[in-house]
Design a protein around this ligand. Structure first.
Ligand code: ADP
Ligand code: MG
Length: 243
């Protein structure tokens, strides 16, 4: 038993450490990328421009890895609050709207209020990863549907895309670290984080997909509250980190 406790402590130290390292490294990367972009814009030499482009690509890739991993390495301290999920989902939709607009994706939502208790930043990362995957699956446009249904003891959140879809082998591998079909642009960490987070909320994820037709992620979360009577904390979007 003693050894086990020590191991858990070590894991916690490790995860806090990697969270703070991630933050630091990300700041550095963002700064370096900004300067490289400036260099590239003002460079007339074609060859040099090409090299800068390659460097920018590598920086970006490192940034993706850090970004997708950030939540997995839990930042300390956790902040548990009561989250109004209707506001929360609207905010996630807003966050991804630059990429959904760019891909000419129509967003259709049917939301209703419900509440979840948890760490907002971590839950946000999970949903962002799922939303981004749905959008990335529709490079030539399509429809992103977000809907909420309430059941007796749980809520059902569906995120539906009309994208490329997945076969059963892909679905099987979903959530395993480094599984990606997006080549250099993918990290294969997004779904791993999403699965972990939903699991921690005592929820479940169901995936249905058809190649060429689209994919639906259905997330089941136990309902923390059945009505809006005692909502104390209203989500303040100002506190939510953009990434
Ligand atoms: P990444 O997005 O970096 O590839 P993820 O863990 O987020 O890593 O996703 C892993 C893989 O799962 C993706 O590369 C893609 O093949 C598949 N995938 C996830 N969501 C969808 C979706 N909505 N439609 C089609 N494929 C998806
Ligand atoms: Mg992803």
């Amino acid at each position: 038993i003693r050894n086990k406790i020590v191991d858990i402590e070590k894991m916690e130290i490790l995860s806090h450490l990697s969270a703070s390292i991630s933050h630091e490294v990300r700041n550095g990367l963002t700064g370096a990328k900004g300067f490289m972009q400036l260099l590239k814009e003002n460079e007339s030499d074609f060859q040099k421009q090409k090299y800068i482009g390659i460097a920018l690509g590598e920086l970006e890739r490192s940034e993706f890895i850090i970004r997708d991993f950030l939540t997995f390495a839990k930042p300390a301290p956790e902040k548990i609050e009561k989250i109004n999920m209707e506001h929360f989902l609207n905010y996630i939709i807003e966050l991804v709207s630059p990429i959904s607009n760019m891909n000419s994706i129509k967003v259709k939502k049917s939301l209703s209020p419900f509440w979840v208790i948890g760490d907002r930043r971590i839950i946000q990362q999970a949903f962002l990863n799922i939303f981004k995957n749905a959008i990335e699956a529709m490079p030539n446009g399509g429809q992103l549907g977000i809907s909420v249904k309430s059941h007796k003891d749980m809520y059902e959140i569906s995120i539906e895309d009309t994208g490329v879809g997945m076969d059963s082998e892909q679905i099987e591998r979903l959530g395993k670290p480094y599984f990606t079909t997006r080549g250099q642009k993918g990290t294969g960490l997004g779904m791993m984080v999403a699965y972990r987070v939903i699991e921690e909320l005592n929820g479940k994820i169901k995936v249905t997909s058809q190649i060429g037709k689209g994919t639906t992620f259905t997330i089941y979360l136990p309902s923390s509250f059945h009505n809006s009577e005692n909502v104390i904390i209203d989500p303040s979007v100002r506190n939510v980190e953009h990434n």
